[in-house]
Design a protein around this ligand. Structure first.
Ligand code: FDA
Length: 307
């Protein structure tokens, strides 16, 4: 589709637009966003997690928010994450927590962000809940990995892991150096320059399979987060061929995406986890999903006209 590339760029720009992100917080979920965002409140999100759990789908909750520049906002985000942990613990849902370092103040001060993360990891550890640090754009990659290393190695939190993006040239080295760390492996969602990231789909897909195989062969727990059925089939075949147990990996998909495929995987005995975002800060997340898959525009347009 000729329009695809320009459209992607437009959505990626909109995703980063601070004024729109701020304004959208007051709009409520619009343009069909409720199909991929599980509600504005924690209560709504927990209800959706319960419904997914009933279908055999495990979850990871994400209280939406990123690129925070005020200390107060980062503290509010930290409190929101703690509230999510308490809700998971109290309701007993099968769910962990995903969060972003810029949400907890990485752009303000790394040690402040680390302090907020320690508070979250302590509570999560007491409740035996796993914390996944989402990986953001390349400019935050090094700091995110440093925070992960301090949390795991200096503070002995083994309930925390992160995400490695296959489009980055450094991905293979990172996966090799994170042997034993539970990783979510993805293709990568941000627009990065060719100096740090592969640009063409075939090379990214090849490297994606490469890092998945490395982490699985290392005996490390691996989350394969993709809606790409071709990749999923190849991972299934590789696991069978290498005698890798279904307990050593899981498939992850975003809330509202490929529900039939999720069901089929569960019926085949694979673990499936849905990434369940919620909250009023939905705009950037929603724009990135539209950028990834222009076909999603169909439901955004329907939502826009109040379907
Ligand atoms: P891709 O978009 O490459 O699609 C490949 C093919 O799969 C398509 O051509 C189509 O055939 C099929 N397909 C894809 N989507 C479909 C759909 N909805 N319906 C039908 N067919 C479809 N990124 C990041 O940078 N940091 C992060 O922390 C995360 N975290 C994360 C968590 C989870 C749970 C997921 C699923 C993804 C992320 N990502 C991410 C996003 C990730 O990097 C990537 O941008 C998207 O998942 C899109 O790539 P895919 O592998 O899904 O397939």
């Amino acid at each position: 589709m000729v329009l695809e590339q320009p459209l992607r760029s437009v959505f990626m720009q909109l995703a980063k637009n601070k004024s729109l992100n701020k304004a959208a917080k007051k709009w409520g979920l619009k343009f069909g966003a409720s199909q991929v965002v599980a509600g504005a409140t924690l209560e709504d999100a927990i209800k959706n997690v319960q419904l997914l759990n009933e279908k055999g789908v495990a979850c990871t909750l994400d209280h939406l928010g990123e690129f925070v520049t005020e200390r107060e906002e980062a503290i509010e985000s930290t409190e929101a994450c703690l509230a999510v942990l308490r809700a998971i613990h109290e309701t007993g849902v099968e769910c962990n927590l995903s969060l972003k370092m810029t949400q907890l103040g990485l752009d303000i001060d790394e040690s402040f962000c680390l302090y907020n993360m320690k508070r979250i990891c302590e509570v999560a550890q007491a409740f035996t809940i796993f914390i996944r640090i989402d990986m953001e754009d390349y400019s935050h990659c090094e700091q995110t990995l440093r925070i992960l290393s301090i949390l795991r190695n200096e503070h002995q939190f083994d309930n925390v892991g992160t995400v490695i993006q296959a489009y980055l040239h450094r991905a293979e080295d990172d996966v090799n150096s994170l042997k034993g760390v539970p990783l979510r492996l993805v293709k990568g969602a941000y627009k990065e320059s060719e100096t740090v990231a592969y640009q063409d789909k075939a090379t990214i897909d090849k490297n994606y399979l490469n890092i998945i195989k490395i982490h699985l062969n290392n005996g490390s727990y691996t989350a394969i987060a993709s809606h790409d059925h071709t990749i999923i089939e190849k991972v299934k075949a590789f696991a069978i061929e290498q005698n890798i147990s279904k307990d050593q990996f899981e498939f992850q998909m975003l809330y509202g995406f490929r529900e039939q495929l999720q069901k089929e995987l569960i019926d085949e005995g694979y673990k499936v986890r849905s990434y369940v975002p919620f909250g009023t800060d939905w705009f950037g997340y929603f724009m990135r999903r539209l950028a990834e898959r222009p076909q999603n525009i169909a439901f955004a347009v329907r939502g826009f006209f109040g379907k």
